[in-house]
Design a protein around this ligand. Structure first.
Ligand SMILES: [Zn+2]
Length: 246
């Protein structure tokens, strides 16, 4: 986009910024989004895999789907968009990143204030005592057989610590959004198919906070400035322009 960011956006990027990210930002790192017709696993779509009912009915299949995704993700590297957002956190007065992604790419790129609406694929949670633990990825098998679905020391079944269909999003992340959005100087919305449904952008607009939407397939709207380019191409240039004004 010619002449972007303009001076007003550039100044606001140095102040209080809320960043919203979704699947689009990780797609450029080679992580599939599991949407559309290529999202099937053993003939099942995500609705038949990512729900408490699915886990109760077929825990081994659900775990094996997550194991496949975890192993695929081991080799995924953050892309230029993830790194640009980590730079933004260092540059801005306050930067709050709220993501619907369960992968660790923001953290690997160096972002610190990350709130994960849909949980973390590299953690387990006990279905009985609710204890959350980090997964030891190096020790994970490629797939589980029926007998070895992991159990907690309390005897409860362990599940991936991610938010499934029909479940509430992470409340800490929701609170962060509700607290930070009204007082933000700018909201940056990046590839957010997964966070759109929470109405965060509309909330920001209702408080008069300008929103910049970086999305090659996005649409502009009232109070929303559209940058119709891939985040991995435009974000680094945007942050560099703010760091080194001409
Ligand atoms: Zn337990």
């Amino acid at each position: 986009m010619e002449g972007f960011p303009d001076q007003q956006v550039a100044e606001r990027l140095r102040r209080k910024v809320v960043v919203l990210t979704g699947a689009g930002i990780s797609a450029a790192s080679g992580l599939p989004t599991f949407r559309g017709s290529d999202g099937l696993y053993e003939g099942l779509n995500p609705y038949e895999l990512a729900s408490p009912e699915a886990f109760a009915a077929r825990p081994v299949t659900v775990w094996n789907w997550y194991l496949m995704r975890i192993h695929q993700g081991k080799h995924a590297e953050p892309n230029a968009a993830h790194y640009a957002l980590a730079d933004l956190e260092n540059m801005a007065e306050r930067c709050t990143l709220i993501t619907s992604n369960v992968d660790p790419l923001h953290e690997r790129a160096g972002s610190k204030r990350v709130f994960k609406l849909h949980g973390n694929i590299l953690e387990t949670r006990c279905t009985h005592c609710l204890t959350v633990k980090d997964l030891d990825v190096a020790a994970l098998p490629d797939r589980y057989e029926k007998a070895d679905v992991p159990l907690c020391s309390c005897g409860g079944r362990l599940r991936p610590n991610v938010v499934w269909f029909g479940e509430y999003p992470n409340q800490k992340a929701i609170r962060a959004a509700e607290e930070e959005l009204p007082k933000a100087d700018l909201v940056l919305e990046v590839g957010t198919s997964g966070v759109v449904s929470y109405g965060f952008t509309e909330l920001a607009v209702s408080f008069g906070v300008p929103v910049v939407r970086v999305n090659p397939e996005g649409q502009a709207g009232p109070g929303v400035l559209l940058v119709r380019q891939p985040a991995e191409e435009v974000l680094a240039a945007m942050i560099a322009a703010v760091q080194n004004p001409t």
